[in-house]
Design a binder for this molecule. Structure first.
Ligand SMILES: N[C@@H](CCC(=O)N[C@@H](CS)C(=O)NCC(=O)O)C(=O)O
Length: 215
């Protein structure tokens, strides 16, 4: 099993944290082109239009894309510790918060970065060598989306230790990887009026899985 990785990027880190929480060893292959915001040409040619990290290549040659699909596969094979919920309600709650974290934080941050950064000119969407222009109007929309998610997460974390309740889950992993990337790469920190989100962010950052996967 081999994980195609892009060390600096937040989405492959979701799977690396998930693997670390479960103590599953994996071979990593870096497909980021050093010193650029591009992936290596041979990787893009092979997987276009889904040339995305993370991609997991299994020993039989099957390849899985999408962090959550990869996590689902790993959770089935290595159920403990459970990171995707235990019973029907728990699983649905994790999925609900993971989806909110992906759309409200990870995807929102992607809108901010890809539509402003000179490194992403003509690469408004990831995964393909096709020319896709930047749309500056999406930046404000992305900021609003991120603010709404952050406020709702702060409210949820006022009553719960983690996003989906008392147990750490893949929802925390997605939200953490997005917000950590925001502070590291885009120098945007959690606003002081969201103390519960800040408390949670510090706690997740202390986990071994966060430390061992830090770029
Ligand atoms: N929906 C995908 C998103 C994956 C994604 O966007 N990965 C980024 C890195 S954070 C990537 O590989 N981008 C390739 C590119 O910029 O062309 C997932 O959840 O795994």
């Amino acid at each position: 099993m081999k994980l195609y990785d892009w060390k600096l990027a937040p989405n492959p880190r979701r799977v690396k944290m998930f693997l670390a929480e479960k103590h599953i060893p994996v071979e990593l292959e870096e497909v980021g082109e050093p010193g650029t915001f591009n992936l290596k040409k041979d990787f893009v040619a092979r997987f276009d239009p889904y040339a995305l990290t993370p991609t997991l290549e299994l020993d039989d040659g099957n390849c899985l894309g999408e962090a959550m699909a990869i996590c689902r596969y790993l959770e089935e094979l290595h159920p403990e510790p459970r990171l995707m919920g235990k019973d029907a309600l728990g699983k649905a709650t994790v999925e609900m918060w993971e989806r909110r974290a992906y759309e409200g934080a990870m995807f929102a941050i992607s809108e901010l970065l890809r539509n402003t950064s000179p490194g992403f000119v003509d690469r408004g969407l990831p995964g393909t060598a096709e020319t896709i222009g930047q749309v500056p109007e999406l930046v404000e929309r992305g900021k609003g989306r991120l603010a709404r998610f952050s406020r709702s997460a702060d409210k949820q974390l006022a009553k719960n230790r983690f996003l989906a309740g008392s147990a750490f889950s893949v929802a925390d992993i997605t939200a953490y990887c997005a917000l950590e990337f925001l502070s590291r790469a885009m120098k945007m920190t959690i606003p002081s009026e969201l103390p519960n989100l800040a408390r949670w962010f510090a706690e997740v950052g202390e986990r071994e899985s966060a430390k061992s996967t830090a770029p």
